[in-house]
Design a protein around this ligand. Structure first.
Ligand code: SF4
Length: 367
């Protein structure tokens, strides 16, 4: 991800928009509210789960259980009950989600590439990730947006995008890292929390191929810590449905408006429809605590940045937008066919983007 190094500061919360829009997030950080995944673990499944269930049964059960989850979440948030007062169910909402994820990976559609390969028997799709995850690094990150630091970042290798300008191609395309089981993710989270992380930041490359291992790891964790999804957001609807209840915070990229440009840059189809669908779902069904990262690119301010800011303004208006100037031509962006992106973004272009955001009333200065 493209970040400038910054240090955390409590004074940022004096900003009224920040403290209002990210109130629940901040309350979890302070131990005053409960992380969603812990509530999912106290939510009993609506119908018994057994080995006869096919994936359709599990999804029906999931969607009915979500209603129970939302009631419990509401009751806990309003102080009508506490986590400790609730019984521990035999099978909980997170168990059910994990079971579904274990089925999805046999016919993989964690992302909208929809490779439909069986990763459990060694087949690999576009991301080239098997059942185990590949972790390239994990550390306390102080370069994320001010409200998020110090952030317990876990960087997975591999990405479902093939961006020609990728700054992290050693991780995203060359898959540098260690192959690990989900138990290692549990240990990493505990370590990052003990070091002072205020959230667990699932990132990469991209975390999408690892949904199953993340869910398994959360079944074993019991710390009240924000779960944060930091991604290109090219998830399938099914993955979104698994994550939307348990992620407390969303940090999605929104790069391109034009699908043809997205295809040329990142090798993916239907970029706009998929990514905006998922961000809107996180906004309407999920926590609504979102910072959208928009990477400004050379020669693209009017074509991508303006319509993206318009969309945010209309569709997800309480989201913050990080208008990023960090683009630099890397990896394949120096090749002759990419001359249009073979330079940094000018300060005049950045000014144009920020002026437009101000005109539209977008909250960007806080992040
Ligand atoms: S995560 Fe996406 S790219 Fe990887 S195998 Fe599954 S569907 Fe394919």
């Amino acid at each position: 991800m493209f970040r400038i190094l910054r240090m955390p500061s409590d004074s940022i919360w004096q900003d009224p928009e920040l403290s209002k829009r990210l109130a629940r997030y901040r309350a979890i950080c302070k131990g005053e509210k409960t992380a969603r995944y812990l509530i999912a673990k106290k939510t009993p499944v609506k119908n018994p789960v057994n080995s006869e269930n096919d994936i359709e049964d599990l999804w029906n059960n999931h969607d009915e259980t979500r209603e129970v989850f939302n009631i419990i979440l509401n009751n806990i948030d309003k102080g009508k009950t506490t986590l400790t007062e609730l019984k521990t169910p035999t099978t909980n909402f997170l168990d059910l989600k994990t079971k579904i994820a274990d089925k999805i990976i046999e016919n993989c559609h964690f992302c909208e590439r929809r490779c439909y390969v069986n990763r459990k028997v060694g087949e690999k799709g576009v991301c080239k990730v098997g059942v185990n995850s590949i972790v390239s690094s994990a550390f306390l990150h102080v370069g994320e947006e001010p409200p998020l630091v110090p952030s317990g970042t876990i960087f997975f290798a591999s990405c479902v995008f093939k961006c020609v300008f990728c700054q992290n191609y050693d991780i995203s395309q060359n898959l540098q890292g260690d192959e690990v089981e989900y138990t290692y993710l549990v240990d990493l989270q505990r370590k990052l929390i003990s070091e002072g992380a205020i959230n667990i930041n699932w990132v990469g490359g991209d975390p999408i191929p690892n949904v199953h291992n993340i869910l398994h790891s959360l079944r074993e964790l019991d710390k009240n810590i924000v779960q944060l999804w930091n991604s290109n957001m090219y998830l399938s609807q099914e993955s979104m449905s698994l994550l939307v209840d348990i992620m407390d915070f969303w940090l999605p990229d929104l790069k391109f408006r034009e699908n043809s440009f997205a295809k040329r840059m990142s090798g993916i189809e239907n970029y706009w429809e998929v990514v905006t669908r998922n961000i809107k779902y996180a906004y309407t069904v999920g926590s609504r605590e979102i910072i959208i990262r928009h990477l400004c690119m050379p020669n693209r301010i009017e074509i991508d940045t303006f319509p993206i800011l318009d969309w945010v303004n209309h569709e997800v208006p309480l989201s913050f937008v990080n208008i990023m100037a960090q683009y630099r031509p890397e990896y394949r962006a120096h090749r002759s066919e990419y001359q249009d992106i073979n330079r940094r973004v000018s300060s005049a272009e950045m000014q144009l983007a920020r002026d437009y955001a101000d005109k539209k009333g977008i909250a960007w200065r806080q992040v």
